[in-house]
Design a protein around this ligand. Structure first.
Ligand code: HSE
Length: 309
């Protein structure tokens, strides 16, 4: 293979109770990337469509992640990257992660898979470091592994792929305002109350158990965040109304997607997820803020090849 075109999915990080550790991949939203081998060594970003982002390799998350991989690879060729950006930066559904994870996944494929998925996570995290100042792994991991993932430990990196119930759907509303992850992290408190931590780890355990046993009620009971959401909710216009209406419309739970402004709800079945989308639409149409809404199945496989030659 000399060239591949891939789909790199949008992702929802945190999933309410798992700040910086839980994430899931979406099926119907994502970027496309074309990566090809070149005789000239190094990495070049030759084209970005859909968004205005830097072509300079050192200033682009895909470029930085690709360089991190090439530093560890024994290669005589180089790579050219084209990005068809469909996920808006600052949307809260893993825009930087899709580019960083997509670049390293595609290069690894073209090299004949010398690196494991966990090594690819490590390279892609360098892109996250550039985007937000923190090399968090909770978006790049589900993009690379698919499904639900848990970053059990960041140092050393320990990743657990979690079973995804077959009938689980996500509804995501993206208000067209930008929240930079770096800014949304600055406002968080550095310490948590023991009482909140107890409730939070109860929910993380409950959510993981609910996902494995396909116990949708338990999943719903566990989708609460006592630590980060109370601080970040103020950044998202009409957040409380969105959440209330999503739950009333049958969602199992609703929370901030990553660092926002996107808000996600999880539902059992596509029909309920669509009802939730309609209800969220009704809440937002009078705010004067442009928005889009997606309904997506959880993506079981993560990044995939669209074309190759
Ligand atoms: N866990 C990160 C945060 C995800 O919430 O800051 C950013 O998408």
């Amino acid at each position: 293979m000399k060239e591949i075109k891939i789909f790199s999915p949008a992702t929802i990080a945190n999933v309410s109770c798992g700040f910086d550790v839980l994430g899931l991949a979406l099926e119907s939203i994502g970027d496309e990337m074309i990566v090809r081998k070149t005789s000239e060594k190094g990495v070049k970003i030759v084209k970005i469509s859909g968004q205005k982002l830097p072509l300079e390799v050192n200033r682009n998350v895909a470029g930085v992640a690709a360089l991190a991989l090439l530093k560890k690879a024994n290669v005589t060729t180089g790579f050219e990257i084209e990005i068809v950006k469909k996920i808006k930066p600052g949307s809260g559904i893993g825009s930087s992660a899709a580019s960083a994870a997509g670049a390293v996944w595609a290069i690894n494929k073209l090299l004949g898979n010398p690196f494991s998925l966990i090594e690819l996570v490590q390279f892609a995290m360098e892109g996250e470091r550039l985007a937000s100042g923190v090399a968090h792994a909770d978006n790049v991991t589900p993009a690379l592994f698919g499904g639900f993932t848990l970053v059990r430990s960041q140092e050393p990196l320990d990743i657990v792929a979690i079973h995804t119930p077959t009938d689980l759907y996500a509804t995501v509303i993206h208000p067209q305002i930008e929240i930079k992850t770096a800014d949304a992290r600055k406002i968080l408190k550095e310490t948590v109350l023991l009482n909140d931590a107890v409730k939070q780890w109860g929910n993380v355990g409950g959510l993981i158990s609910g996902l494995y046993t396909e116990d949708y009620d338990l999943i719903g009971r566990s989708l609460h965040d006592y630590i980060v959401e109370p601080v970040r909710a103020a950044l998202i216009p009409s957040y409380a109304a969105l959440k209330e209406t999503a739950i009333k419309s049958g969602a199992l739970g609703c929370g901030i997607s990553g660092s926002g402004p996107s808000v996600f709800a999880l539902s059992k079945g596509k029909e309920t997820a669509q009802q939730v989308a309609k209800a969220m639409h009704n809440v937002y149409e009078n705010t004067g803020i442009a928005f889009d809404i997606h309904v997506s199945k959880i993506n079981p496989t993560g990044i995939n090849i669209l074309e190759s030659n």
